[in-house]
Design a protein around this ligand. Structure first.
Ligand code: PMV
Length: 334
């Protein structure tokens, strides 16, 4: 146990991650610390340059936690989400005081990448250290998972697997020189969030049991491809996981459809790039954007093919990134 940070604040920085093998569906949970246990294993790559910076300090003057994002105080629902982590930290550290949280997302909203993974990982790391908890990365991953399942993976850099209570690293950043070209698709009707959509899928989709039944084999295929640096096998498993996740969501009642016409156009272009000998593979999450994996050296060639597609607002490139980092700061707010 290190000391409570009484006079200063703790700042943590965490990157977003992208799942190649998807987390979609939760295992049953009875206790608060069982929140967001996954029904299926997932595999992700932590991305450089898309991150959240979060400062946490005790606020003895306040009678409740206060959480600010980009200088604006969150409403009750937003604060409640953060409080799942803050309550667990207070219980583990046996302290009662409220926290003040100041968070800034450096994930452009136009990037269409959820910042919940980076923000919950940063919140877990900063609040734990502020309360004097000396958690190892695995324990931090469990704590981050309570805020958002995918946050369990953002604690680690490089290639990360998540099964059960916590994620663990499976290969470092420099294991493989791969990158992701993200095709940002213009906004359509407002999408349903991942949390509600996976809950609806699990409750109403007759395709959900099939999704769960195949998940472990797809995961182990991807892990073995990653270890061998077999690109074709890795993107094969990634595309199966993506399509089967979306198929299970399409079978929900009412159906969950995240794709726009331009999403399909990008998938078709990926097929054409492959036919032209440019190795690449796609994945999609709870939104219309398409993320295309390729060799680090091929990002310009892939971007050139994706950017002109009608409906693609723009593309940008992300490379493998580090896990969460923490430092002590003085009391100034970011
Ligand atoms: O943990 P959440 O609520 O951010 O859910 C993540 C769900 C997907 O992005 C669709 C898949 C994944 O594994 O990240």
């Amino acid at each position: 146990m290190s000391d409570l940070v009484i006079d200063g604040a703790v700042e943590a920085r965490a990157n977003v991650n992208i799942a190649l093998i998807k987390y979609w569906g939760k295992a049953p949970a009875d206790r608060p610390e069982d929140k967001n246990l996954p029904a299926v294993p997932s595999l992700s790559l932590t991305l450089d340059g898309l991150y959240t910076v979060t400062q946490v300090a005790f606020d003895p003057e306040a009678d409740t936690d206060r959480v600010f994002l980009g200088g604006v105080e969150l409403d009750a629902a937003g604060t409640a989400r953060a409080r799942v982590i803050l309550d667990r930290v207070r219980a583990l550290a046996d302290v009662a005081a409220p926290f003040r949280v100041d968070s800034v997302n450096h994930v452009p909203t136009a990037a269409g990448l959820a910042s919940s993974a980076s923000s919950m990982a940063a919140l877990a790391a900063a609040s734990a250290r502020c309360a004097g908890l000396d958690l190892d990365a695995g324990e931090l991953s469990e704590l981050a998972r309570l805020g958002s399942g995918s946050a369990s993976r953002s604690v680690f850099g490089g290639w990360v697997a998540w099964e059960g209570r916590r994620a663990h690293p499976v290969a470092p950043i420099d294991h493989w020189d791969l990158a992701v070209v993200i095709a940002v698709i213009g906004t359509g009707p407002k999408a349903i969030g991942s949390r509600a959509a996976m809950e609806r899928t699990a409750r109403t989709s007759p395709l959900y049991p099939g999704w769960v039944a195949q998940a472990h084999e797809t995961f182990t295929d991807a892990l073995s491809a990653l270890e061998r640096r077999d690109f074709e096998a890795l993107v094969g498993a990634m595309e199966r996981s993506t399509m089967r996740m979306h198929a299970s969501a399409l079978g929900a009642d009412p159906p969950v459809l995240y794709w726009q016409a331009a999403s399909v156009a990008v998938l078709r272009e990926v097929e054409r790039m492959r036919a032209d000998g440019l190795a690449c593979g796609f994945t999609m999450d709870a939104g219309p954007n398409v993320k295309v994996f390729c060799a680090g050296a091929d990002v310009e060639a892939v971007s050139r093919r994706l950017t002109p597609i009608p409906g693609v607002a723009h593309t940008f490139v992300a490379r493998p990134g580090e896990g969460v980092s923490v430092r002590l700061v003085n009391q100034e707010r970011p």
